[in-house]
Design a protein around this ligand. Structure first.
Ligand code: ADP
Length: 359
């Protein structure tokens, strides 16, 4: 691998209508830590008569791993496309590193690396060649590019696979090459759209570990969309979207702490009647969701014997659990994250301490 250019055979041309200038590496100094690196203000977007985002505002700090969590159709992709300057919002603003996504898209792009859901690596090229090609699109050239490629391949743990065609890589390795492409020009912000889609749990863990390293060692701010609760739990802070509206913003710990106490789910033949009777007897807020009675209550374990004894034979099963991000979502929206007909992937389902009661 002493001269990787010869592997290519030819110099990669810059694409027609090249974005090379737009993507030239930044000469701007990194912003002060106290300023947000991303600021989204009152962002609203309509597709014809459908509102995809209805006034979303939040900020992301430098070196923050920030998650955009929401069920399908909540507006994550729309927000992602606006931040990556692919789409102009109907109203509101978004700035990254001080550049406005609507008025200064080219300048903004110098500061971001973007990894889309769709694969962008060329499977027939080697890892090195993919990055070489990408480097040229970003206006990088010669020995500096070669050094940077080796640096970034080391960073994603694939330097020893540099000369291998990407087609023989595992899904996780291919994703790491996607990341390397996004990082080649030293962006301060990395935008990732559901980056672990299609990866096995091991590769998923690796990728998240890598995002954390990137944040801690290179102080890159990462904004990542996901519909997986367990991924959201790994973020420093989260914005939870529902039907185009921001329903929660904060650290995963703070959001779940807000609920306080435990979550109890009760199964009964007649959940509506049971909920009403629980409300009347215990003066607690019992709601019915998908045929289960749901309560958020301090010291749930103490409440369980009381409720079982109060309504003998009526409760078929019950579970007690600490609040999860899904509970935060339910708390804020009144409905589940996953609709009844859309089953969550198995790994999102938290195991609850569920008991069948004898009758
Ligand atoms: P998510 O990424 O969270 O699944 P999207 O941003 O893709 O959400 O979609 C938000 C809403 O906007 C949905 O109701 C979706 O049907 C609608 N939508 C998305 N793209 C288009 C489009 N190109 N034309 C019309 N409606 C769209």
């Amino acid at each position: 691998m002493d001269d990787n250019r010869t592997l290519l055979g030819v110099e990669w041309p810059v694409a027609p209508n090249s974005s090379a200038l737009d993507f030239a590496p930044s000469a701007q100094p990194v912003k002060l830590d106290s300023e947000p690196i991303i600021a989204v203000r009152d962002l609203l977007h309509r597709y014809q008569d459908r509102t995809a985002l209805s006034g979303v505002s939040f900020e992301v700090r430098p070196a923050e791993l920030f998650g955009l969590l929401g069920p399908n159709g909540s507006g994550k992709t729309t927000l992602f496309r606006i931040l990556s300057t692919l789409m102009v919002p109907t109203s509101g603003s978004a700035t990254i590193a001080g550049f406005d996504a609507i008025r200064q898209p080219a300048a903004l792009r110098r500061h971001i690396g973007v990894v889309f859901q769709a694969q962008s690596v060329d499977l027939k090229l080697t890892a090195y060649e993919n990055l070489w090609h990408q480097g040229h699109l970003y206006g990088l050239r010669g020995p500096d590019l070669k050094t940077r490629i080796n640096e970034i391949l080391t960073r994603v743990g694939l330097l020893d696979r540099s000369a291998d065609r990407v087609e023989i890589f595992s899904g996780g390795m291919q994703r790491r090459i996607e990341l390397a492409k996004g990082l080649l020009h030293h962006p301060e912000v990395l935008l990732l759209d559901e980056p672990t889609t299609g990866l096995d749990p091991g590769a998923r863990r690796d990728l998240w570990q890598y995002l954390q390293i990137l944040r801690d060692q290179e102080r890159v701010s990462v904004i990542v969309t996901t519909h997986l609760m367990e991924e959201a739990e790994r973020c420093d802070r989260l914005a939870i979207l529902n039907e185009g509206t921001l329903v929660a913003l904060g650290t995963p710990e703070a959001l779940t702490r807000e609920i306080g106490g435990d979550v109890i789910l009760l199964e009964a033949r007649d959940p509506q009647t049971l909920a009403e009777r629980i409300r009347n007897k215990f003066h607690v807020d019992a709601t019915v969701m998908e045929n289960q009675v749901r309560l958020e209550i301090e010291n749930g374990h103490r409440f369980v014997p009381d409720v079982v004894e109060a309504f003998p034979g009526e409760i078929q099963s019950l579970s007690v659990s600490k609040p999860t991000l899904e509970d935060v979502f339910i708390h804020r929206t009144g409905h589940r994250f996953w609709s009844e007909d859309a089953e969550p992937p198995p790994e999102t389902g938290k195991k609850k301490n569920k008991k069948k009661l004898p009758h």
